[in-house]
Design a protein around this ligand. Structure first.
Ligand SMILES: *Cc1c(COP(=O)(O)O)cnc(C)c1O
Length: 215
């Protein structure tokens, strides 16, 4: 399954005349065990996403010792009391979504002398139950993160409303990233990563299409 997705992405990248190095596959390994992840590592995958700090801490330190150059991404909500662990374990966080968490990340990075790559999560469909800053608040929040907190914000991330066509939401995220002058776009999952590649994704986050259904 992994090789199939890699081939699908390569095909989409070619078709859309994107640069191969600009589109990264983030293998979403949440809920899957180390035993499930090892075969994917053996096939060459090095960029992985987890949505819980605790779960990632249980699986990844050992895997990171065995496999060089693993890049670990946090794609789930970050609670402030988990910031120290998150900054220590992850290389990239996709879910910066409020001032408090920006403050905590900034403080921890100084303490640990680390500089992560960060995405601002945008609540692109304005859904009350979803995390993310609203489009209205995005410019101010971006300025706060970069100017006041010196955070290395490399892009925007979104999870579009489940039932709708993702295309218009991806386009909207793209436009807003352009407006801010940032390149990174974390968008597209198993069901819609080809659409996301067409509309500018730099990271597609694919789980079930690689591992099968989550239990
Ligand atoms: C679980 C998850 C994914 C992967 O979803 P699939 O449909 O299994 O590919 C992507 N992004 C986030 C934020 C997730 O929580």
């Amino acid at each position: 399954m992994y090789q199939e997705i890699v081939a699908d992405i390569a095909f989409a990248v070619e078709k859309e005349k994107r640069k191969e190095s600009d589109v990264n596959l983030l293998v979403v390994s949440k809920t899957f065990s180390a035993a499930d992840i090892v075969p994917i590592l053996d096939q060459g995958a090095r960029i992985f996403g987890e949505n819980r700090v605790q779960e990632a801490q249980n699986k990844w330190p050992e895997l990171k010792q065995k496999y060089e150059n693993v890049e670990l991404h946090l794609i789930g909500p970050l609670q402030s009391n988990k910031t120290a662990e998150a900054v220590a374990l992850f290389d990239v966080i996709h879910t910066v979504d409020r001032k408090k968490i920006a403050d905590y990340i900034a403080a921890e990075q100084i303490k640990q002398n680390r500089q992560l790559q960060l995405f601002i999560q945008v609540n692109i469909g304005n859904e009350p139950q979803k995390a993310g800053v609203s489009l209205d608040g995005l410019a101010d929040f971006y300025a706060y993160c970069t100017d006041e907190k010196q955070l290395n914000i490399i892009g925007l991330m979104c999870i579009p409303p489940a039932q709708n066509d993702s295309g218009p939401y991806f386009s909207l995220l793209y436009k807003n990233a352009k407006k801010l002058g940032i390149e990174g776009l974390s968008m597209g999952m198993s069901a819609d990563f080809k659409t996301a590649i067409r509309l500018g994704a730099t990271y597609v986050r694919v789980g079930s299409a690689i591992f099968g259904k989550r239990g």
